[in-house]
Design a binder for this molecule. Structure first.
Ligand code: GLC
Length: 571
């Protein structure tokens, strides 16, 4: 494993080099990327057809959201067969061709590994739920009723109880997500063996790594205690008992020994509820577990305060809150573990709408500013499909517009059942934070359905596709697309961007996010104005080399609205 760091005499860490530290990752949500056969659903051949577009952008790695056989209760995050391709997405031959073409273009492919739970339609669960003494019974987490009810008060991530009663065997099973996503019992060594085997199956095919879905949740506190009551007063919080559980590091070390260490892979764990201390274990520089984790602190800054309920809010997060979190992670992992960097993914609203300004006037400028702010930090950057053309959130007019089980369940629970909020309040929250914002089809051109499909798209296309689309972006030298291409090139050219140390600057400012990176005698200064007003910034002196900016000219001592500037100097 390639990630150990060594300290030099000055106490400054020199990072051990690794390809996944130098890479930029592009996430594809296949259902919404490109439909090649007109059924309204994106597919593998659609991805293969657009590989040259990704080559142009210059990314190194694709993270592919799940493509395995699935009844799609949660769009592929509920897997019924880990060794087969989802019928709607194509065939195993299509997959092999896609992998081969990607490799020929120098692009690696990282698969999504969803093994905290399976689909209830997976053979293991069908067996497990068939009788109390079935050999697969212990593959899942079954509990007796407590006083005729659920075994504890945990609320699932998708609203309602985390337990589902099974009439046939008279017991409850745990599902941290939907009831069609029963949690696997990782305490059972047979389950772990099955998981390692299926990982081997994909590694032998030549894939380049895994993004591990909610991997911080695989080890549960075996006492299954009630959780503190949450804000709707009905259910308890399960997170303290399911995240970063007692055996999670043991399991990951075992996975590393059994599978990961035998191949040259990139591994990233999605780690809900992770602290710096925990992350330093998951992504420990000794390479004994994973390469890096996704943490959620910067995307969760508005939960609680300012929320209507749970994650549902219309509030925009403040830059200073986000900066505090990201700087903490930059500094906290230095010399210990590696960061992953993201604004967007399939579970988040669109970054330019959430953190930037998606008005006609500022969309492009603020999208570029956000890109600079993230891509000049230390860690592996992730771009989510459409982010590179500045795609925005959409507007929800009714529940009919929603496809995501998280939104639909939340609406039913909070609007219909508990009457805690009204539908307009909830829909405005959806406009702000719903996952479907990220799942509207990729906007390829200004033709019908944005060039995504010749059929009826499974989810509404964002009506702004006439102006915001890849074709228009490719024709415009000042587009967000070419700016991302330039940022990726810079990362590939200047080791200071990959390996330099991180030093926060202007931490008192409510408007400017600034920092410095250093490697040897190279000093990189980065400053980003997160507001639509001029802001004072005295960081840039004559004589340095301007590496990239979203402005063509600069004013001394001032950053214009959403201006981002990066300067390289020698110390
Ligand atoms: C992860 C995925 C999300 C999914 C959930 C359950 O958070 O990113 O899309 O709904 O896990 O698998």
């Amino acid at each position: 494993m390639e990630s150990r760091q060594t300290g030099n005499a000055a106490g400054i860490y020199e990072e051990r080099k690794a390809w996944w530290k130098e890479a930029v990752v592009y996430q594809i949500y296949p259902r919404s990327f490109a439909d090649s056969d007109g059924d309204g659903i994106g597919d593998l051949n659609g991805i293969t057809a657009h590989l040259p577009y990704l080559r142009k952008l210059g990314i190194d790695v694709i993270w592919l959201s799940p493509v395995y056989q699935s009844p799609n209760d949660d769009n592929g995050y509920d897997i019924s067969d880990y060794r087969a391709i989802m019928t709607e997405f194509g065939t195993m031959e299509d997959f092999d061709r896609m992998l081969e073409r990607a490799h020929a273009l120098g692009i690696r492919i990282v698969m999504d590994l969803v093994v905290n739970h399976t689909s209830d339609e997976h053979r293991w669960f069908v067996e497990s739920s068939s009788s109390r003494d079935n050999p697969f019974r212990d593959y899942y987490i079954w509990k007796e009723p407590r006083e005729g009810r659920e075994p504890n008060n945990w609320e699932s991530c998708f609203s309602g109880s985390a337990w589902q009663y099974d009439e046939r065997t008279g017991m409850y099973y745990l599902h941290c997500f939907s009831k069609k996503q029963p949690d696997l019992n990782w305490e059972n060594p047979k389950v772990r063996e099955e998981v390692f085997d299926l990982m081997d199956f994909w590694c032998r095919k030549g894939i380049d790594g895994f993004r591990m879905d909610v991997i911080s949740m695989i080890s549960k506190n075996q006492d299954f205690p009630d959780g503190p009551i949450k804000d709707n007063g009905v259910y308890g919080d399960m997170f303290p008992y399911v995240c970063n559980g007692p055996r999670v590091h043991e399991y990951l070390k075992e996975m590393n020994r059994r599978v990961l260490s035998r191949y040259d892979l990139m591994t990233v764990g999605e780690a809900a509820g992770v602290t710096l201390e925990e992350a330093a274990k998951y992504a420990c520089a000794d390479g004994s577990e994973l390469n890096m984790v996704f943490q959620f602190e910067h995307t969760d800054t508005v939960q609680g305060e300012g929320s209507v309920i749970g994650k549902w809010t219309t509030r925009k997060p403040r830059m200073s809150e986000i900066r505090k979190v990201l700087n903490k992670w930059q500094l906290g992992l230095e010399g210990r573990a590696w960061n992953s960097l993201y604004w967007d993914n399939h579970d988040q609203p669109r970054a330019v709408s959430r953190f930037g300004n998606d008005s006609e006037k500022w969309r492009v400028v603020s999208a570029k500013m956000l890109a600079v702010c993230l891509h000049m930090m230390k860690g592996t950057p992730y771009i989510y499909q459409g982010e590179e053309i500045g795609m925005t959130n959409t507007r929800f007019t009714s529940l009919e517009d929603c496809r995501d089980i998280e939104e639909i369940n939340a609406y039913r629970q909070y609007v219909t059942r508990l009457k805690i909020t009204d539908d307009q309040t909830m829909l405005r929250c959806f406009d702000t934070v719903a996952r479907d914002n990220a799942r509207t089809p990729m906007q390829w051109d200004d033709s019908e359905n944005a060039g995504f499909t010749s059929g009826t798209p499974w989810i509404r296309v964002n009506p702004n596709f006439k102006t915001i689309n890849a074709e228009a972006a490719l024709e415009d030298p000042d587009s967000v697309f070419w700016f991302y291409r330039d940022l990726i090139r810079l990362r590939h050219t200047y080791p200071v961007i990959v390996y330099g140390s991180f030093e926060p600057l202007m931490e008192e400012s409510e408007a400017v996010y600034a920092y410095r990176r250093r490697l040897g005698d190279q000093v990189l200064t980065v400053a980003c104005n997160w507001t639509d007003k001029d802001q004072a910034c005295g960081l840039f002196e004559e004589g340095g080399m301007d590496l990239i900016s979203n402005y063509k000219t600069h004013r001394e001592g001032i950053l214009g609205p959403y201006e981002a500037r990066v300067m390289l100097e020698k110390s």
